[in-house]
Design a binder for this molecule. Structure first.
Ligand SMILES: CC(C)(COP(=O)(O)OP(=O)(O)OC[C@H]1O[C@@H](n2cnc3c(N)ncnc32)[C@H](O)[C@@H]1OP(=O)(O)O)[C@@H](O)C(=O)NCCC(=O)NCCS
Length: 163
């Protein structure tokens, strides 16, 4: 049987995003937006929401990944705009950033976090469970109004209970 290729270890840290990271976050999200893997975010939106983001910065402070935690209601958060530099997929950066976002969600007292994604197996590995779209509050679909694919996007809703 073929031996599983060991992922390359990437030196760096997960830290809160800073204003100087906004352009690199924008580039990452746009890369996947162009490939229809996630919603585009404007720079203006990123400036406004920079406090929602954590990034993975390498030793030279190059941004190799980003992950937002949006608060939708008193007990509900959303993992959104999760992206890893295509050259560093499979190195554990996505997991590190999502775990950091979950830790923040717990600290804030959120009871549940969810994600809408094409990468369900990744989230399942982290302990999220697939749910029926209808089980998520209506407020969740605010982004869909902005999206040209609307109800036909095929994104899978997953949720993690933090209680
Ligand atoms: C999805 C994404 C964020 C995952 O990040 P990553 O850094 O490549 O993933 P990691 O290396 O942290 O993987 C963590 C675990 O999930 C597993 N995993 C990652 N992607 C997977 C997939 N598509 N299917 C199954 N398992 C997967 C890994 O094997 C690893 O398992 P392990 O802990 O047993 O070793 C990244 O692939 C990405 O940026 N994709 C494009 C953008 C996108 O779709 N974002 C999601 C929008 S919500």
């Amino acid at each position: 049987m073929a031996k599983k290729k060991k992922a390359k270890k990437v030196e760096g840290i997960v830290r809160p995003a800073l204003m100087r990271d906004a352009d690199q976050i924008h580039d990452l999200i746009s890369y996947y937006g162009e490939r229809r893997k996630m919603l585009f975010r404007t720079l203006e939106d990123l400036f406004e929401r920079i406090r929602e983001f954590r990034v993975f910065a390498d030793n030279k402070d190059k941004i190799l990944g980003c992950c937002g935690l949006a608060i939708l209601w008193r007990d509900l958060g959303e993992i959104r705009s999760l992206a890893v530099d295509p050259k560093h997929i499979g190195c554990g950066l996505g997991k590190k950033m999502v775990l950091d976002a979950i830790e923040e969600a717990r600290r804030l007292g959120l009871k549940r976090v969810f994600a809408l994604t094409y990468e369900a197996p990744f989230f399942e590995k982290l302990g999220f469970t697939i749910v029926e779209k209808e089980r998520l509050p209506h407020k969740v679909w605010t982004d869909c109004i902005r999206c040209e694919m609307q109800d036909n996007c095929g994104e899978i809703p997953l949720i993690m209970d933090l209680t």
